[in-house]
Design a protein around this ligand. Structure first.
Ligand SMILES: NC(=O)c1ccc[n+]([C@@H]2O[C@H](COP(=O)([O-])OP(=O)(O)OC[C@H]3O[C@@H](n4cnc5c(N)ncnc54)[C@H](O)[C@@H]3O)[C@@H](O)[C@H]2O)c1
Ligand SMILES: O=C(O)C(=O)C[C@]1(C(=O)O)C=C[C@@H](O)C=C1
Length: 369
């Protein structure tokens, strides 16, 4: 049955959700609101959405929609809830969002809609990018990633099932988590690392004023630790402002860890320093870390010679064997990791078969990442 969906905020996440909904429910009509008119035009041309809606016109059309998804920076999404609460809405409307924090938005939705026939299910896909805007939208962005659904006092277990059905095309793994627990866990795993990345960049930039080579000598380690410092500042300001308490707690807690390793370095106890790194390696290797579209656990590194036609040669053998590659990356700095080519596969079986084939046919050394 045709349903009408409104996406409010058509950037990286809104655009990727629109693509996923269209894939699973081609008959649904998707409209979008965004303050960036160019994004809306582009999305319409690319077929990401079916219709655009001017914010000023929402008052006349709000009651058309069966589903409304808020994908604005979180503070704007909260403000938008207030705007929506003043309009006539369809009876039984299912409202959800994609914000990176959940307590404030869930509480506000409960306050605003408790006496109305509106259901609110908090949502947060745990995948993304430092890139913004609808042009970065990707239908595979959420594949295999966790997608948190946070129940509210104005939603039932059936509403969560309905939200999952709406969002099924994301091919994400849905997980139900209380908003409060969500904000604690993501403060540790997402929000605090973003603060750390920005601090590392800040510190290095100050250090470059005294030691100019700091400005150009960075390699893989610094790049991998700081990629997320290139994220959108508006979005991150809103995330921090809606999760202040948890972040102050994580920052306080971290000072103990900094003091601990600092003391071990001052003491010069190599055994303790070894254990520090060895423990971290072991724990990190056993953690589940999802990479959004491309799960990092199906990667191979191939140590290839520096000659023309190598990629073509490897792709040829894999194509012959019916193995498809979902991503390929050339590693420029050989000291960074073993191997010069990073290949990503859809499954462990493909990864395993590819390793055997490449080693047998080419003699190149292949390492499982
Ligand atoms: N980027 C990620 O990695 C990621 C991952 C999961 C969830 N999220 C959350 O998803 C939401 C959207 O993030 P994004 O990465 O898509 O950001 P984005 O910058 O790519 O998209 C946001 C869109 O909202 C529009 N917008 C901003 N303020 C507006 C307003 N007042 N009225 C109308 N339109 C407005 C912008 O023009 C833009 O198109 C945020 O709440 C964010 O916390 C982001
Ligand atoms: O991959 C990235 O660039 C991200 O920052 C994605 C990331 C994260 O992993 O912290 C950022 C915010 C979201 O709420 C969810 C995912």
């Amino acid at each position: 049955m045709t349903k009408k969906v409104l996406l409010v905020g058509l950037g990286l996440i809104g655009g990727s959700l629109a693509l996923a909904i269209k894939e699973e429910h081609p008959e649904y009509e998707i409209s979008a609101i965004d303050r960036n008119e160019k994004s809306l035009e582009t999305a319409l041309e690319l077929g990401i959405i079916d219709k655009t809606l001017l914010n000023d016109n929402l008052i006349n059309h709000a009651s058309d929609f069966d589903y409304i998804i808020l994908a604005l920076p979180v503070q704007y999404s909260i403000d938008f809830l207030e705007e929506l609460s003043r309009y006539d809405l369809k009876e039984g409307l299912l409202l959800t969002d994609a914000s990176s924090t959940k307590v404030e938005i869930v509480e506000r939705a409960e306050e605003l809609f408790k006496d109305k026939n509106v259901r609110f299910v908090g949502g947060h896909p745990m995948a993304g990018s430092h890139k913004s805007g609808v042009l970065a939208a990707n239908i595979n962005l959420f594949e295999n990633a966790y997608y948190v659904l946070a129940p509210s006092s104005i939603s039932s277990p059936e509403d969560l099932l309905e939200a999952k059905e709406l969002l099924k095309g994301t091919r994400a793994q849905f997980i139900e988590l209380d908003a409060n627990e969500h904000d604690k866990v993501t403060s540790q795993l997402s929000h605090f690392p973003h603060i750390l990345a920005a601090l590392l960049v800040e510190q290095a930039s100050d250090y470059a004023k005294i030691h100019p080579a700091t400005g150009f000598l960075a390699a893989g380690g610094f790049r991998d630790m700081t990629r997320i410092a290139s994220s959108d500042a508006n979005m991150w300001t809103d995330i921090i402002m809606t999760n202040q308490k948890q972040l102050v707690d994580r920052l306080d807690d971290f000072t103990d860890y900094i003091q601990g390793i600092k003391q071990e370095i001052i003491d010069g106890d190599s055994q303790k320093i070894f254990s520090f790194f060895d423990d971290a390696r072991e724990k990190r290797d056993s953690m589940q870390i999802h990479n959004g579209a491309i799960p990092s656990f199906y990667d191979l590194y191939v140590n290839v010679p520096d000659k023309v036609g190598v990629i073509h040669e490897i792709l040829g053998y894999l194509t012959e064997a019916g193995i498809s590659i979902i991503n390929i990356r050339i590693i420029e700095n050989r000291e960074e990791i073993m191997g010069g080519l990073k290949l990503s596969f859809r499954s462990g079986k493909d990864q395993h078969d590819a390793q055997e084939i490449i080693e047998k046919k080419t003699g190149y050394k292949v390492y499982e990442a």
